[in-house]
Design a protein around this ligand. Structure first.
Ligand code: NDP
Length: 300
């Protein structure tokens, strides 16, 4: 099986290089890829030419415009990378009869209520980033391609930039730290996302594969917390490991969304219901603490 992986150096893309390796020939690209291949999602013609040249059996798109706040002032670039490019990939996949796996986000929802979002719940993004990711989903659906769209949340990894690492840095530098306590979700490791993706690839390309596996699924770790709870967990574990910090877990201030103004609005309720993913692919999502602890043990 020939697999085209886009966004190979992102949090998820990096882990996918590992998880997809045993499944076939993986051609992994980032936006600066050489050798005549184009992995730049802003270059739509280049993408088309590359997919046609490689004719993969599977495209996995881990590349995205993920600068949530910057997207408010770079709307057309965010739309090209997160909406138009996935549409192009899906149409090319459809023409080849290849599968497409793509990642989307809890930010397609408005964050109302307290229940877990199911896949068919009404979407209503609050930000340009969320809108661009939703438009990407719609473009993929409209293409008729055999596609699996995995909506995930609060991604972290040992490699790359993320909230957990920012908290470690700030707690070492500052005398006080305040973190938003009224947004809820599940921190989800890039390792878990990549391993679940590989499991899905085995099923959609295996002997008992059916087209009915195509669709949208929520993929997040089990349990829930707030950003404040996430930060407390990270600092408590770092302290336990002997990392010198100026702020202890119990000293982190709990603040409201309004007290931390940022350009892009975030959903307060990012709880994703993973029942469809678990039932369809026979999986059980681990508790979020398990993956975060593992990541911290790796980096500290
Ligand atoms: P990262 O930001 O870690 O990685 C995204 C990758 O895309 C980076 O390697 C980036 O490269 C690359 N990229 C950006 N622009 C382009 C471009 N024009 N052409 C090619 N590559 C480009 O994101 P994650 O791994 O965390 O995210 C993976 C997926 O999960 C994305 O679809 C994202 O929307 C989704 N998601 C992420 C969440 C999160 O908390 N991070 C939450 C929910 C969903 P470079 O570093 O050079 O810019």
């Amino acid at each position: 099986m020939k697999i085209l992986l886009l966004g190979k150096n992102g949090q998820v893309g990096w882990e996918l290089q590992r998880a997809l390796a045993p499944l076939g020939e993986v051609i992994a690209l980032d936006r600066k890829s050489a050798s005549g291949l184009c992995g730049d999602l802003a270059d739509l013609d280049g993408l088309v030419a590359t997919v046609r040249q490689l004719a993969p059996d599977l495209i996995v798109n881990a590349a995205a415009y993920t600068a949530v706040d910057l997207a408010e002032s770079e709307q057309s670039l965010a739309a090209r990378i997160n909406a138009e490019a996935p549409g192009v990939l899906a149409r090319e996949a459809s023409a080849l009869g290849a599968w497409l796996i793509h990642y989307s986000t809890d930010y397609v929802f408005d964050g109302s209520g307290q229940s877990r979002w199911q896949e068919d719940a009404a979407t209503c993004p609050l930000s340009t980033y969320g809108r661009s990711k939703l438009d990407g989903e719609l473009a993929i659906r409209a293409s008729g391609a055999l596609a699996v769209v995995l909506r995930t949340s609060w991604v972290y990894a040992a490699r790359g930039h993320n909230f957990a690492k920012t908290m470690l840095r700030l707690a070492a530098e500052r005398e006080a730290l305040n973190v938003v306590a009224d947004q809820f979700g599940a921190p989800t490791g890039a390792e878990l996302i990549a391993d679940v993706t590989a499991h899905i690839v085995r099923q959609i390309t295996g002997p008992s594969a059916t087209d009915s596996l195509a669709g949208t699924y929520h993929l997040a770790a089990a349990g829930e917390t707030s950003w404040h709870g996430f930060a407390q967990f990270v600092l408590a574990h770092a302290r336990h490991k002997g990392v010198p910090l100026k702020v202890a877990a119990e000293q982190i201030g709990a603040i409201s969304t309004e007290a931390y103004p940022v350009p892009a609005s975030r959903p307060r309720n990012s709880r994703l219901d993973v029942g469809k993913l678990e039932a369809t692919f026979k999986l059980k999502m681990p508790l979020w603490q398990q993956g975060v602890q593992r990541m911290l043990d790796e980096i500290l």
